[in-house]
Design a protein. Structure first.
Length: 91
């Protein structure tokens, strides 16, 4: 299985080249839930803190300013520690 990719504190150049600010918005309060990805998802955290734990894998913590790629086929648990607001897109 592919790994979760994180660009910590992504640069404005990275964000602009990917068109991040034109992606859809999603927000969610503190929670913990299972999730699986039928397609690759990219997201950019505007607010909050989340730990994504892949099934049989190591937890990955993402925070405000991080640009994340979650691979197709990933089965994981999302634990939202602080309410999140993200730009996201599916490929």
């Amino acid at each position: 299985m592919q790994e979760i990719k994180v660009i910590h504190q992504a640069s404005k150049a990275d964000l602009g080249s990917k068109g991040v600010f034109n992606w859809s918005l999603w927000s969610h309060p503190e929670a913990k839930f299972p999730w699986s990805y039928e397609g690759e998802e990219s997201c950019y955290l505007l607010e909050g803190k989340v730990t994504v734990t892949p099934k049989n894998g190591k937890p990955v913590t993402i925070v405000k300013g991080d640009l994340v790629t979650l691979p197709k086929g990933l089965q994981c648990c999302w634990e939202i520690h602080e309410p999140v607001k993200t730009h996201y897109k599916f490929d």
